[in-house]
Design a protein around this ligand. Structure first.
Ligand SMILES: NC(=O)c1ccc[n+]([C@@H]2O[C@H](COP(=O)([O-])OP(=O)(O)OC[C@H]3O[C@@H](n4cnc5c(N)ncnc54)[C@H](O)[C@@H]3O)[C@@H](O)[C@H]2O)c1
Length: 323
């Protein structure tokens, strides 16, 4: 084997706050990357996180953790954007969205300027709108600029089903589609327990008196998960860190995994001009293929409503030259 051709798998994380640093920690534990770079507008924060993580290097699989520079975009395999601004007192949601869109555009411009060959994953919220902004700004193929989408929501869905039904979460297959947010759609038609469609499983199980009501309750609990955590501790970071590590694994190992990342649609599901969570095949190139599943009318309509919510936000943004 020629060692000269060896290139470390390098992941750059933009934004070293709660989500970026937790992701760096879970990624380092996973052994998926040989190099992890953290970059933040707050240099002191980035350095603090880097040192804190690097001191664990003796306990991680082999990995270099350091502060990244913009030049690191060039040969990174993956760039995750978790940079974001918090709402200022009295600031409207739209004004916050505009500020965060500007941050994403600036980061994306620099990634393009560095002639990067990376796959870019947007994480900052509202993730679907910002993914759309980033992809359009880059001019790159849509599969290479994607969002974390509803990968986390789908994991929450599986967890809650697992708890409710008393089945190991690894045997629960279920997807949340659409917006990572209030209009998200629980795709019951794609839900199965170890291959047994949920309709059949509920008949076999017989635990619920009214499984329609149970389903509504579970879907609402998934949708409201983040609100509960935010009420308790102000923000979420652990499960999202793991969800991002799962996405990183699919790309770095060229897995062809099916994950509900956010992808810009061009007619799939009869939707265009929007990015949202749909089942995608994820490889080293990013989204290789969007799986077009025939959804029952209620789910298809709910997905279309979710797309409308996101499209309205995109229109409101009115970013000159960006869309
Ligand atoms: N998609 C998901 O599933 C999901 C889940 C949880 C959180 N989030 C989102 O992730 C984002 C980060 O959350 P957090 O809790 O880590 O926030 P945080 O405030 O702890 O961290 C954000 C970091 O971004 C940095 N930053 C701001 N502008 C920057 C720029 N131009 N370049 C580099 N760094 C910059 C800030 O200095 C800060 O350290 C938020 O938008 C949050 O809503 C998404």
């Amino acid at each position: 084997m020629n060692g000269d051709n060896w290139k470390p798998r390098k992941v750059v994380i933009v934004g070293a706050g709660a989500v970026g640093s937790t992701f760096a920690y879970t990624l380092a534990q996973s052994g998926l990357a040989e190099e992890i770079g953290l970059l933040d507008a707050n240099h002191e924060l980035a350095m603090g996180q880097v040192l804190d993580l690097a001191h664990g290097q003796a306990f991680f699989p082999s990995v270099q953790i350091r502060e990244a520079q913009k030049a690191d975009y060039a040969d990174a395999h993956l760039i995750f954007i978790t940079a974001g601004s918090k709402q200022r007192p009295g600031e409207s949601r739209l004004a916050l969205l505009q500020r965060n869109a500007k941050i994403i555009q600036d980061v994306m411009d620099e990634i393009v300027r560095q002639n990067s060959s990376a796959v870019v994953v947007v994480v900052s919220n509202p993730v679907d709108v910002l993914t759309y902004v980033a992809q359009k700004r880059s001019g790159w193929p849509r599969g290479r600029v994607i969002g974390s989408g509803t990968v986390l929501d789908s994991a929450r869905f599986r967890y809650l089903l697992s708890q409710y039904c008393g089945v190991d979460v690894h045997n629960v297959h279920a997807y949340i589609l659409g917006e990572h947010g209030d209009s998200e759609v629980a795709a019951w038609s794609l839900t199965n327990m170890a291959g047994v469609p949920i309709e059949q499983y509920c008949v076999l199980c017989g635990k619920c008196e009214d499984w329609e009501a149970s389903r509504r309750k579970i879907a609402e609990a998934v949708r409201d998960s983040a609100y509960h955590i935010i009420d308790y501790k102000g923000a979420t970071w652990f499960a999202v860190g793991l969800a991002l590590t799962r996405i990183a694994g699919a790309v770095l190992r060229n897995e062809n995994s099916v994950l509900t990342v956010s992808a810009v649609l061009e007619g799939e599901y009869n939707l265009s001009g929007v990015s949202l969570g749909v089942p995608c095949i994820l490889s080293q190139r990013g989204v290789d293929r969007i799986l077009q599943v025939k959804l029952p009318p209620a789910e298809q309509n709910a997905l279309a409503r979710s797309a409308t919510v996101l499209q309205e936000m995109i229109v409101q943004l009115q970013l000159p030259g960006s869309l």
